[in-house]
Write a protein that binds this ligand. Structure first.
Ligand SMILES: [Zn+2]
Length: 440
């Protein structure tokens, strides 16, 4: 067939690559003994890059926990490099809950189904389809691109992004900015206007273990130094605390932009009210107005009539960028005396400004790919690999362009049942990324 002589078009290849990646089950259980597939996915990615003349390198942090990095030299080596990153792992999927098998990569009704379809083998595939097209056609990016596909994003990044930052800083040499998840997707405002949200900030992850110690004793006696009583009082105080609204520049700009675009009034003294009027996106924005602290685990005692000497609780705290010390001080005050604090994970959030040439390039790419649409900044309440890259002083953005149907509850697809991505969204993404990188 004559067609086989022609190079594949990136808008076709993006679908094939996303599908291939979904079929490699890269379930990250958070345990090296049972996490799987990352090595196979890394080899697949490396092959796709090497096939067009790039020189990828695979890095293993532990057996099977593999990431891939590769530099695509740009026209002006004196400029800072741009890091383009995606993770290869996915969260587990329970096949019996899905309408198709989560690792079959089935296509139906215009969607590619599968675990990782939006988080984030879609963007991995866009990056691969794009750079393969550029290499084949001899197109050169304006500055060096560093492509990085990581393991372990879904379990804290220790075996992926953090390992790369700590053990292989040479990969990031000259990198000034980074682009990855979770942003660039479209949201349809109540007045039908489409906005593409660019992630410019991310809340911190502060998983805190509280430990109370007291005098052990018999449960039948009078006792005034009970570790369980002390701990539960601290946990209740923290769990019931109403954290005050603290408007960061990103959230303020988001609310002001949306207010301007929709005509819905925004009262800065009552942002909760403004957010409530936003419809489905309220869930996305609400948690970025304040620090949060939710008790999630308790552990104490072993026998009904024995007062234990210690009691423990774990609190899932999420701090606003730059506010993690302030959050800790509040929690210490709420917990009261006699409670020890120890962090299971402490990764501060980050925030960058929504301005500069790279931000302009995103806005222009979206304007050209979807005339009439706008870009607005927002803060993610969850976590991504970007927190690791931000520790190197890199400006991080979430911009993985996807044009989505107005009625699709996109954020529910992340880690959700029947995770899927519109084929047209993947194709839109390659086109928008092409325009963006051209101007980057
Ligand atoms: Zn992700």
């Amino acid at each position: 067939m004559a067609e086989t002589a022609n190079p594949p078009r990136p808008e076709d290849e993006v679908v094939d690559i996303a599908r291939d990646l979904i079929r490699i089950d890269t379930t990250n259980t958070g345990d090296n003994a049972t996490a799987k597939g990352e090595r196979a996915a890394a080899e697949y990615v490396a092959e796709k890059l090497a096939e067009v003349g790039l020189e990828p390198k695979i890095y293993e942090s532990a057996p099977g926990r593999a990431s891939v990095a590769c530099r695509f030299p740009g026209a002006d080596p004196s400029r800072g490099a741009l890091l383009l990153h995606g993770h290869l792992d996915v969260v587990p999927a329970e096949a019996s809950e899905w309408t198709v098998h989560p690792f079959s990569g089935e296509i139906k009704d215009g969607y590619l189904f599968g675990r990782g379809a939006v988080d984030m083998k879609d963007f991995d595939a866009m990056l691969l389809a794009l750079v393969r097209d550029w290499k084949r056609t001899g197109k050169v990016p304006p500055r060096d691109l560093v492509l990085l596909f990581t393991a372990d994003e879904e379990a804290g990044s220790d075996y992926g992004a953090r390992f790369m930052v700590e053990q292989h800083p040479e990969v990031f040499e000259g990198v000034t900015e980074a682009v990855g998840e979770v942003g660039g997707f479209s949201m349809t405002l109540p007045n039908d206007l489409r906005v593409y949200v660019v992630q410019t900030a991310e809340k911190g992850l502060d998983w805190l273990r509280l430990r109370a110690t007291g005098r052990p004793g018999h449960g039948s006696m009078l006792h005034d130094d009970n570790a369980v009583t002390r701990l539960t009082r601290a946990v209740a105080n923290i769990g019931q605390h109403d954290f005050p609204v603290e408007m960061t520049p990103t959230v303020r700009q988001f609310l002001e932009s949306v207010s301007e675009l929709t005509g819905v009034e925004f009262d800065p003294s009552n942002p909760d009210e403004a957010v409530a009027k936003l419809g489905p996106i309220a869930r996305l924005v609400g948690a970025t107005l304040r620090n949060t602290a939710n008790p999630t685990r308790l552990n104490a005692g072993y026998k009904t009539n024995v007062i234990p000497s210690t009691a423990e609780a774990v609190i899932d705290c999420r701090s606003l960028p730059g506010r993690n010390d302030e959050l800790e001080a509040t929690l210490k005050e709420l917990a009261g005396a006699g409670i020890d604090f120890e962090y299971e994970i402490r990764q501060p959030g980050y925030e960058t400004s929504f301005d500069g040439a790279l931000v302009d390039a995103m806005a222009e790419a979206i304007r050209l790919a979807d005339p009439g649409a706008r870009t607005v900044p927002y803060m993610l309440s969850g976590g991504t690999d970007a927190k690791a890259f931000a520790t190197l002083g890199i400006r991080c953005f979430g911009f993985a362009p996807l044009k989505l149907p107005a009625d699709l509850d996109f954020t529910a697809l992340f880690h959700g049942i029947d995770e899927r991505v519109p084929l047209s969204g993947l194709q839109f993404g390659v086109d928008a990324m092409d325009r963006f990188i051209t101007k980057s």
